[in-house]
Design a protein around this ligand. Structure first.
Ligand code: SAM
Length: 300
């Protein structure tokens, strides 16, 4: 799948299938002996996708898969804690951008009156709702799906769905930015900034220059080639090259962009975050830890 300005996808296709890979990592964490969090819904999504003919190309026991599962576990935990802290500080309006199969609206505890808005492609949110409804899963607070492409006029759709820009909001963008061009990323943050009342908070998984660089890409491609060979040998489907889904171009530094617009920013890099949870990548896979920084910010 090559990207176009108006492409769209279902859950098992292209960008959509990346949400399934994250759900699969959450199944692994949920089944771990000492998990950082549990997501009791993740396996429903995987079971439904498998029933519909999807097979994960990744081998669970491969070192690179385990490293990525550990990374996703730390990322999930980081953003879970961010929303819990936002709630403890009274924020009861939540927007999850590129929500995919994230189930925070179902599995976290929210302060009374919280509304969680989730934005993603229509077919992705349809799949999610269908699966959760089939399992009689009920959201833990008010939940509003906003099916829309984030390259379109999502602020209008969000406000039509009930979002109130005069109230402080807790926002997250997790596993999203590489799927947007640099220009669309700028527009995304301009819109977040415009819709954020003072006191709003944001947690973003920001990707650094190495992630978008030719050298970084070459390193990842080499690993992808190895994963492909292993998948072929195990009779798995072709491992997709995710770089075909990413917009690999230089872009604004998220922390700097936010600081310049009056947000108070704090950051933690992926290796530091993983170390804080005793989930460091083994040396052999350290170079595969994505060049990301978790940027937490509060609008002043
Ligand atoms: N944030 C979720 C998580 O961590 O579980 C999903 C991450 S998944 C890697 C990327 C998600 O971003 C997918 O669900 C995809 O559909 C969504 N996405 C990417 N580009 C998008 C766009 N232009 N409009 C709406 N959703 C988009």
């Amino acid at each position: 799948m090559s990207r176009t300005d108006d492409d769209s996808w279902d859950i098992t296709e292209g960008v959509g299938a990346t949400a399934l890979s994250v759900a699969r990592a959450r199944v692994n964490e949920t089944d771990a002996e000492c998990p950082l969090y549990t997501d009791p819904f993740a396996h429903f999504f995987i079971d439904a996708a498998v029933e519909a003919g999807w097979t994960s190309p990744f081998l669970d026991d491969a070192g690179a898969t385990q490293m990525m599962s550990a990374y996703i576990a730390c990322r999930t935990k980081q953003i879970d804690d961010f929303f819990t802290a936002a709630g403890a500080n009274g924020l009861d309006q939540v927007v999850i951008l590129g929500a995919g199969l994230d189930t925070r609206a179902w599995r976290l505890r929210w302060i009374s009156g919280t509304v969680v808005y989730e934005l993603d492609q229509p077919k992705v949110l349809e799949f999610k709702q269908r699966v959760l409804t089939a399992h009689a899963a009920r959201p833990a607070t008010d939940y509003v799906a906003v099916p829309i492409d984030l390259r379109r006029d999502w602020p209008k759709a969000l406000q039509e769905a009930g979002f109130d820009p005069s109230r402080p909001t807790a926002w997250s963008a997790e596993g999203l930015l590489p799927y947007l061009s640099a220009a669309d990323q700028d527009k995304l943050f301009e819109n977040i900034d415009r819709l954020s009342a003072v006191g709003s908070r944001l947690d973003v998984e920001a990707f650094g220059p190495d992630f978008y660089s030719a050298e970084g890409l070459a390193r990842r491609r080499e690993r992808i080639e190895r994963a492909r060979e292993a998948a072929r040998a195990a009779g798995r489907p072709e491992v997709p090259d995710p770089s075909r889904l990413w917009y690999l171009e230089p872009r604004a530094d998220v922390a700097q962009w936010l600081s310049e617009r009056g947000w108070e920013v704090s950051t933690i890099t992926a290796p530091d975050l993983m170390a804080s949870h005793q989930r460091q990548a083994p040396d052999e896979f350290a170079e595969l830890v994505p060049d990301t920084t978790f940027v937490e910010a509060q609008k002043t």
